[in-house]
Design a protein around this ligand. Sequence first.
Ligand code: ADP
Ligand code: ADP
Length: 224
Amino acid sequence: MAQLSVDGVDFAYPNGHAVFRDFSLHVQAGEFVALLGPSGCGKSTLLNLLSGFQQPQRGSVAINGVAVTPEAPELGYVFQSPQLFPWLNALDNVRFGLRMAKRLGAAEQRERARHYLELVGLGDAAHKLPYQLSGGMQQRVALARTLVMEPTLLLMDEPFAALDAISRSSMNEETLRLWSALGQTVVFITHDIDEAVFLADRVVVLGGAPEGIRSELAIDLPRP
Ligand code: ADP
Ligand code: ADP
């Protein structure tokens, strides 16, 4: 289980553009948090800080009390676009991270990859190449590819943005089901307030204020 702490963070881009000033956010182990706010308010920047891809000038970002780095074993990311390897079938795309990490033997890697493909409803598509899959299916392969590493902290940047309304709602339910089953801590960006309210325990609204001072409004939601 992973708990996330952002304490007193100042962050400005090298050109001097200040995005966060004395910003704090605490995410409990097992919590599902949606980051909502207008374009340009700093959602992507915050996700980059949470994953250690960007360093704050002041303050700290820690997972289970340890300063975050992009290699932190707890971390898994799902990006806006699936970015699958076009020459690998769905199963080998999902298996890829395990191979690179030299985790498990080949047969167990395949078995685990198949398990996560089934979990996202793509057991039948294991041998299809990405171009043979719809955008929604590719996005699910991308989710399985991240889940197969069994991260305890999952960071997602608008993972459903490219989907049509139907794949979107089925992905949403999928995600909620998976997350309940795995007990992961999840932080995800969305522009969609319905999605935020449907999926999250807590919606964090990043509000713009002048001169890089960022206010945060947290809305706690009852689970359905
Ligand atoms: P989104 O809203 O989809 O996150 P953005 O417009 O915020 O997209 O950013 C798109 C890309 O452009 C990002 O890689 C970001 O780092 C970069 N970018 C955004 N604003 C600036 C800026 N003022 N100066 C330099 N790069 C920027
Ligand atoms: P969001 O994801 O909410 O759309 P971003 O985190 O991408 O917002 O951007 C927050 C602010 O920082 C925006 O004003 C954006 O223009 C600016 N910004 C993003 N990337 C850069 C960059 N590389 N250099 C300078 N400013 C940036």
